[in-house]
Every structure is written in C-alpha cells, then in structure tokens.
Unconditional design. Sequence first.
Length: 670
Amino acid sequence: MAQTEKKAGLLRRTSSSKKPLKEKVVLMYEEIFAKEDPTKNNPRFWDELFLMKVNLEYLEGKLESLDGDEVVKIKDNVNSLFHHCVQALAEEHQIKVVNALQVKSCFLFNIKKMNLFFYFFMSITNIFELMESLDSLLCGDGSESLKSLCLKLLLCLVTVTDNISQNTILEYVMINSIFEAILQILSEVSSRAQHGYDAVVLLALLVNYRKYESVNPYIVKLSIVDDEPTLDGMGMVIHHALAEYNRQYKDKEEENQGGFFSTLTSMVGSMFIADADEKLSVQTNEAILLALYEAVHLNRNFITVLAQSHPEIDIATTPAVPVPASPLTPLVLKYHSLTLMSNPHDLLSSLPLDPNLQTSNLLITFLKYSSIVMQDTKDEHRLNSARLCLIILTCIAEDQYADAFLHDDNMNFRVNLHRMPMRHRKKAADKSIPSRPLVCAVLDLMVEFIVTHMMKEFPMDLYVRCVQIIHKLICYQKKCRVRVHYTWRDFWSGMILRCVSEQNTGAVCHSVFLYIVNILYIYIYIYSYDELYYEIIRMHQVFDNLYCMVLRVSTNAGQWKEPASKVTQALVNVRAIINHFNPKIESYAAVNHISQLSEDQVLEVVRSNYDTLTLKLQDGLDQFERYSEQPREAGFFKELVRSISLNVRKNVSLSTMSRDVLLKEFSSIS
C-alpha cells in the first residue's frame, strides 16, 4: 500500500514537472531561429512548414525579442525562408500560398532593424519572382481573402521604412509594376468593395516614391488613365472613405447634443467649445486625401468623376449585403446598390424621377469633409488635412471643366457644410439651406474659414490659399462673364476683417493684401457696385490704416519694400472710392440733419454719385500663378507621406486576416 502511494506521488511530481508540449509549427520556427540549417535533418522542412497553421503570436513575439546580433546569426535561415516563401506563392495548393504570405508579411512587419532587413531581402534569389507572384494573385480568380493578404504584404513592403523614398526595394516595384493589378481591383465591383481602400492607399504611396528625384512610372501611368470604370471606381472608394468620416463626425455630434453638456454650454457660452471640439474629434484620413490629390492633380480625366451625381440613399433603406469588415464596411453597405453599375448616370436613369430626392457627388462629400477638418487646425493631423484640402481645391479652381461645373446654374445642390459653434449665430437647419451651384458652397467654405479663424497666431499659409482660391474663381467669372447669385456681404466683411487682424509686414501679408484688392476690382467689373462700395465706405478706417502701413514700409529700405509698393499702388482705386463718397455722405447727413445714416441712405448717396467717380484702369487683375507642387510644396508632401506611412504601417493588421478568416476559408482545401 505504501509502495503504491509512493509510486503515485512520484508520477504526480513527474507529470507536474513536465513543460507543456509545443505544437510542431513552433518547434519548426525554433529551428529557423537556430544557427543550423533546418533542412539538415529534414529535407522536406519547407514543404511541411507551409502546410501548417501559422502561429503569428509566437512569430511576432520572437521577432520582437531579437536584437541585431541575434538576427545576424540567423541570416542564412531567414534568407532561405524568404526564398521558399516566394517559391510557395507559385504553388497550386492554396494553403501553402496563404501561409507563405502570412509568414513573409509577419517578418516584414516586425523586423525593425532596417539595415539588416535590406541585407536579408536583397540576398534572396529573385525579388522579381515575388512581384510577379503577387501580381498574378491580385489579377487572378483566387480568393478575395488571399488578394487582401497580398495587398497587406505590399503595404508592409512599401511602409517598412518611415521615408518610403529611402526604401530601395521599391526600385523593383517600380520596374515590375503592379499598377495594372491595382486598376483591375478598382474597376471591378466585387474586388473594389473589399480591397479598394487598400489599393487606393497603396497607389498613393507608390506615386510618391522619389517623385522629385527620378521618373516615377506610377505617376506617368496614373496621369494617362482614361478608362471610365477605373476612374469611377477610384472615385467611389475615395467618396466612401470621406463619407464615412463625415458620418462618424455627425454621429458624435448628435451624441453630444442635448442633456447636461448642452445645458452647461448654453449657460457659460463658449467656455466649453474646446471641450466640444475634443469630444467631436474623429481621426482624419490623410492617406485617402493624398489619393484624391494625386488623382485630381495628375489626371485631367478624373475631374469628371468629381461631378458625377448620385442619390443619397439612407443605409436603413438599403438591403443588407454580407461583406468582410474593413474601413469601408458601413459605406459599402450603404452604396452597394450604386456600385453594381460602373456608370452612376445609368443608375440615375433607372430611378424614378423625384424632385425632392437630394443628390450628392464626390466634390460635395469632399467639401463637407473639408468643413470639418478646417474648424480646428491646432492638431498637426488636422492642420495637414486642412492644408491638403485647400491644395486640392486650388487644383480644382484652376481646371476649366471643374469651373464650368461649379458655376452651372442648371446643376444645383444643397450642401450642408459644418460650421464652427459660435455664440452670435445659430446653426442652420438642413432644410433651410438653399439649393445653389456648387461654387457657392466653395465660397461659403472659404468665408467660413476666414471669419472663424481670427486668432492671433493664425496659420497665414492657409489663409493665403483661401484667398487664392477665391481669386481664381472670380477670375473665371470675369473671363466667362458669369454672375453668381451669392450673398457677398459676409464675403466682403470677412475679407476686410482679415485686413484688420493682419496689418503687419511680411511678403506673405503683402501678397494677401494684393489678392484682396484684386478681388475687389474684379468684382467691380462683373457685379453691382452698391454693396461693395458700401462695405468699403463702412470700413474705410481699415483701408486707411492699411495704406499708412504699406506706405511706411515702401518708403523705407528693406526686404518688404517691393511687395509693399505693389499694395500701395493697388489701393489707389479703393482710396479714390473712399475720398469721393465720404464727403458726399457727410454733406448729405448735414443737410438732412441726420447724426447717423442708415444703410439705405448711404446706398442712395452712392447711387446718385456714380457719374462723378473716376477710377484708374488696372491691368493684370485676372492673372494668377498656377499651382506647382515643386519646389514650393515638396517639403510639405515629404513630411505628409512620412506621417501617412507611419500610420498605415501601424494600422496594417495581419492577425485580422489569419486564423478566423483565411484558415476557415481554406479549411476544406487539402
């Protein structure tokens, strides 16, 4: 009896001292991380490895724990692993392909010793085989999950360095282009719905590889794309991503309305406006904005995509369609019925005509997005987004077709821009917003930015861009003799108020003043004088102070002398208007014994004294410098692409495409 108990106790101690058994794939991974060749004892090592379920958790943990010296010791095995991964991509056995993609992606994603990474990658037998395999998988009829993993591998490859232009491996991606594969994804409805977002972001990053140093084939190819389904597909992906941001912001805005927070806000005014902005903040999407910029800037044919209208369909009325989770999932559901047709106009013709049906397009969605991110520019990402939005609008304002569409009286839209909460104005209801040409929405957006950013440390660069956009739109109106039915009073008030807050020296400030004066004069050519003259007279002190400031600078030797002289000369007609009408207004008030004239009385004096006003003819008012990315914007885009690369790398998730999706999908394949 005692001997039996002794044996039982010994067995318990023996079993408890045993370490938990490791699965076979982990044991094989350990052989890779050892110094010896894993095929020495098992010639079929690599064939067996890629048939086994990938243990990403172990691989990620092991790679994270390695230091530089340890990585150098296993370089031969890692080279061999990469080589056999590329070979496995050409296998007919789909499980091998999936596992090889996962293992390779995991290594690329987790090796942070960049100098060693390049040494490994360049020592594999043939990188071209990898690109050819990925291109074949993306263009083939294989699984959608497999294509998704290919795109994630490519995103890992592109963003493996913070500065993508220093990623020399991308030279092979330039030579062995996957551009056509990306276009195929965007042109096909089913693949676009699931992979469009990753494809568009990948394309935007590849376009920015050494774009200022050498000829980038992706830039050349993107600039000549004229396939309508492909461009429409790209536009839909961008539209959905921006619309998803707008939806998230609107949801947060509705969450914060009412209740205790609303009561406190109304009680103490603007004390909690900053808190409200923080609560309403939604992560911006610079990657998709960059894709929109490259499409608008490089491809003239893409401008037509901005204007294509489609009905705004409520997600609640759309039948549920099973699609895999992605950043676009809510919008894929919402617009699935739209994407069944490559041409949005085909869809419009198939719908019943309803005059109350609100329509939208990519440009409207972009304007709404811009109105959100431009409210608060204190955050670096929102500042970059605001700057990029204004650059995109600059490119649009310079395009003849876009201008024609913006000013078309036969195409009116109700654009509900988001406006910064301010105590002196109430939020306009959606139904109270009139249906107008889109140029009015662009002007509204510019004016909103001007009048709501009167802080002392204002990003002057953004204001210059706003004024330039307005100037280009006004130039088009003068050239084509187009008159826009727009409430210009807020516009002029905002422009003149900015003069009040920025009366200081500097080339940028003088440039702004010159633009403002030019806009005033062009307006005189194509619109009624009354309102403009009234605003100039009402705020004449602003122009008097401005004139004194630039005159003082122009008479002194200094670096701002020349720009100040140009502003001084440009103000001649503004001063003539003030000097002509002010004495007549004072005389009218004295004769009629009125201490303070009403607006109608001032306008009466103005209208009755037009004939005696003499203005000097100004030349070159409608001339402007066209947008050029290099060299002025090169620094901004380099830093922007670096930020996007870091963010994309952080958000690329390999595990989401591993066990639950991929292995389940291929579990029946043997």
